[in-house]
Design a protein around this ligand. Structure first.
Ligand code: AMP
Length: 425
């Protein structure tokens, strides 16, 4: 038997109804903030992620699905392609390629699958879904302003509230400008030098290659050492400090609660200044529901002739749905009516009726004239139809049909013209 590949899964009804609900609420909220949808390809040139996400990151170093895409000729050297592990790089590429900034298209959102070769566990998949949004544009568009950071965070709080997610927690930090980061990395490297030998293997390596990542370490024995390391805030220049303070001031005035987490540096290399994460208690070990931050140098890194500062986030849709699952009750989508043709020649009559009712927005399931009445009743019951409608020769002649409410057991004879109204009740 062939099964779904490890780390991938089928999303089945009734759960898919919850996914659709989430996406429809999300689209409404994004619309209120004037975001528009973008859909980028599922695969891109490997280089885009190597440059955009960063060679040093776990994603690029070990988690990407990459292959050589050869043409038909034997001499074809092919091109290295990768299934997208995240969507920001693709959006920024599209922004540059289509000069979206010139058209004032500065606020974009996406919904779709991403791929990372991670160790699968609850809440962590190799194909997972992200819902994300990006504000990007020339500095003159205000994309650099702390007002955008605060607006995005306030939108996320609204979104989670609207979905009924309770007890979320917003963790906030500033990782400074790229030159702040260089100074901070140097300070970390120096502070790690005398202590790194007693830390875990990953930290020993990171202490040399990418000291910032040490702050991400989850190994319990390393935590006391990490607590003694310098804090990024002390290395921010005046402009970055002011930017961060303005973000927090706006959040306070609009009433969005947050916590400052000095160790929040996030997994991707391109972040500058504001970095954030929303966590949710009920999710266990994989408790990050979404993450994001500012990426002021990314567009230039990907070849934009002009600076295009930006900020964005990605929500883990799988985890968002998981957080909602307990609260959501019965999701099963059920038909209003099961139409049961009874006897030869009745399929065509039932088809006509079904067409009329469906045009009146009634959800109808259609049986088959070879079914006995008992089988029709059993089927209607199994799919949870509210009514069963019998279409037999006598009914057709009288143009009046037997309609039975399967919950109450009440059965009535209803003229054709009144069926819709009766079922809608
Ligand atoms: P990142 O792109 O790593 O910042 O991730 C943003 C969000 O995507 C995380 O907070 C998670 O909710 C979700 N996410 C990341 N990786 C996975 C995965 N392998 N499986 C499920 N969700 C994920």
């Amino acid at each position: 038997m062939i099964k779904a590949v490890r780390g991938t899964r089928d999303l089945l009804p009734p759960e898919t109804a919850l996914w659709n609900h989430v996406e429809s609420v999300v689209r409404d909220v994004f619309r209120a903030y004037n975001f528009q949808e973008i859909r980028t390809p599922i695969f891109e040139e490997t280089q885009l992620f190597a440059r955009g996400v960063g060679e040093e990151t776990d994603i690029v170093a070990k988690e990407m699905y990459t292959w050589e895409d050869r043409g038909r000729a034997a001499s074809d050297h092919g091109q290295s392609l990768t299934l997208r592990p995240e969507n920001t790089a693709g959006v920024v590429r599209a922004y540059i390629e289509h000069k979206l900034g010139d058209r004032g298209l500065n606020k974009l959102y996406y919904i779709g699958p991403q791929f990372r070769r991670e160790r699968p566990q609850k809440g962590r998949y190799r194909q997972f879904y992200q819902i994300g949004a990006e504000v990007i544009g020339p500095a003159t568009s205000g994309s650099e302003s702390p007002a955008r950071d605060a607006e995005l965070l306030e939108m996320l709080a609204t979104l989670l509230d609207r979905l009924g997610i309770q007890n979320w927690n917003l963790q906030l930090n500033s990782v400074g400008s790229s030159s702040d980061r260089v100074r901070f990395n140097d300070a970390l490297r120096e502070a790690l030098e005398p202590v790194k030998d007693k830390m875990c293997g990953d930290c020993q390596r990171r202490a040399v290659t990418n000291p910032l990542r040490v702050l991400d370490c989850k190994v319990p024995e390393d935590q006391p050492t990490i607590e003694t390391l310098p804090r990024v805030y002390d290395y921010l220049d005046e402009a970055s400090k002011k930017h961060f303070e303005e973000v927090t001031t706006i959040l306070e005035s609009v009433g969005v609660p947050f916590e400052i987490n000095h160790r929040l540096v996030r997994g991707l290399d391109y972040y500058t200044r504001t970095a954030f994460e929303f966590t949710h208690g009920a999710l266990g070990a994989q408790n990050a529901i979404l993450g994001g931050g500012r990426y002021d140098g990314l567009a230039e890194l990907l070849g934009s002739p002009q600076p295009a500062p930006g900020i964005g986030f990605a929500i883990g849709e799988d985890r968002l749905v998981m957080a909602l699952q307990e609260a959501a009750g019965d999701l099963q989508l059920k038909p209003d009516v099961y139409i049961a043709p009874l006897g030869a020649g009745m399929n065509r009559e039932a088809a006509k009726l079904a067409r009329e009712l469906r045009r009146a927005n009634i959800v109808a399931e259609l049986g088959d004239e070879t079914f006995r009445l008992k089988k029709s009743f059993e089927t209607a019951d199994k799919i949870g139809a509210r009514f069963i409608l019998i279409v037999g020769e006598n009914e057709v002649k009288a143009d009046t049909f037997a309609l039975k409410n399967l919950k109450s057991g009440e059965q009535v004879s209803v003229p054709r013209a009144e069926l819709g109204q009766r079922i809608h009740l």
